[in-house]
Design a protein around this ligand. Structure first.
Ligand code: CA
Length: 407
């Protein structure tokens, strides 16, 4: 295993030299936003060291977001990662690197990408089945299209916020079947959705499709993602056009983007896809894959669920192929999320909607309080771990948010 002993990073650290996620940070001395790489509990100022050493891709990491790097394409992504691995593990380069490293605790982290378009999928069969049973108890749990295409919708890019941003309880219209008329007010069913976000680069032209086997060229990395959801607003508004104001008030993304290249050892075969999807969603062998990420949902520090990402039905490459099959173009900084990750077990569900069965079976927390949905002051934190090389573990950076009262 490669080590970065001089940085005091233990070999089993979740942000060890086999991980190297990208983010955007600033410091008190230098408030401008710049691209960094996390190593252990430190941040390498990638923009500064790239400029100082004159590497050919220095311009791609010189901006205030990761978008320049995303636009540089997959060959550059690989070159930068190779350079970083060498720079951080070669004891002969200590002096070159040392002056560009900051303590993570002294850094302020920012939204790592300027989000271009944001799409949210619905790729967990267990989640879709649970939601179908809750909202359509008299019908089929899965809609007739579900196993033929990865269902998704276009969300609101400008309300994607970085981990740590306060989440203001949204207000809106809602009406339960028992209500004689709709009413307006703060959401009473504020919820989470534990998801994985995919960061996209390598822009394409309008009219160009990206095939399943080409998708990895556009998949830069992943980040934990919380699609905050107001279930009461959502339930009243979503028929017939889908999610709208019940979702668009905030979606939180982790501050560190884990390169797909760091998750080589986490790739697993997809679960069985029957019926076989149409050709454009199939791709050659191994081009549609799952990811072995063990996710964790914490409410005020207490683990309330452990969703297993490997149980997802659709591959990220299939989602990207479907997203572009009509000729919709990709932009650098596009972000798509997997949809809520829920496993087959009750303690593997990625939303309170499912964990409390729409509030009918509240959770009892360790402090004796109960939750059907989120209360003001609640903090939700999502994390995940994945297998790395040689028995190591990669820890995806957390996405966290605290609920503040409606305004
Ligand atoms: Ca969602």
């Amino acid at each position: 295993m490669t080590t970065a002993a001089w940085l005091d990073v233990p070999a089993d650290h979740p942000f060890g030299p086999h991980h190297l996620p990208y983010g955007v940070f600033s410091t008190a001395e230098r408030p401008e936003h710049r691209v960094g790489v996390r190593i252990g509990d430190q941040v390498l100022d990638l923009a500064a060291i790239a400029a100082a050493t004159g590497v050919e891709w220095a311009g791609a990491v010189a901006g205030p977001t990761l978008n320049g790097l995303l636009g540089a394409g997959a060959q550059t992504w690989a070159a930068v990662r190779d350079w970083l691995t060498a720079a951080l593990t070669d004891p002969g380069r200590v002096e070159e690197v040392r002056g560009h490293v900051h303590d993570l605790a002294a850094a302020t982290l920012h939204l790592p990408i300027a989000v271009a378009d944001y799409v949210d999928f619905y790729a967990s069969e267990h989640h879709a089945t649970n939601v179908g049973r809750i909202f359509r108890p008299d019908g089929e749990a899965l809609t007739p299209n579900w196993k033929h295409l990865p269902i998704g919708y276009h969300g609101r890019a400008s309300t994607v916020v970085v981990s740590g941003t306060e989440i203001v309880r949204p207000c809106g219209q809602r009406r339960t079947p028992a209500d004689p008329a709709p009413a307006f007010g703060p959401s009473t069913k504020l919820d989470i959705e534990c998801e994985l976000g995919f960061v996209v680069g390598g822009a394409t032209e309008l009219g160009q499709r990206v095939a399943v086997e080409e998708a990895d060229e556009h998949l830069f990395g992943v980040a934990m993602f919380n699609d905050w959801s107001a279930r009461d607003i959502q339930a009243w508004e979503y028929v017939p056009l889908g999610p709208f104001l019940g979702k668009s008030f905030a979606s939180s993304v982790a501050a560190w983007v884990t390169p797909l290249a760091a998750l080589e050892h986490a790739r697993v075969p997809l679960t069985d896809q029957t019926p076989v999807p149409l050709d454009y969603l199939r791709g050659p062998e191994h081009t549609a894959y799952g990811l072995d990420l063990a996710m964790e949902v914490r409410l005020n520090g207490e683990v309330i669920s452990r969703p297993p990402y490997r149980t997802m039905y659709w591959s990220p490459t299939q989602m990207l192929a479907h997203l572009t099959v009509n000729g919709a173009r990709l932009s650098d900084g596009d972000l798509f999320a997997s949809g809520t990750v829920s496993g087959p077990e009750t303690d593997q569900r990625g939303s309170l909607l499912e964990l409390t069965w729409n509030g009918t079976e509240p959770l009892t927390l360790a402090d004796g309080t109960t939750r059907a949905f989120l209360e003001d002051g609640d903090t939700v934190t999502l994390t995940a771990t994945a297998p790395g090389p040689d028995g190591s573990v990669i820890g995806l950076a957390e996405v966290s948010g605290t609920i503040s009262p409606a305004r």
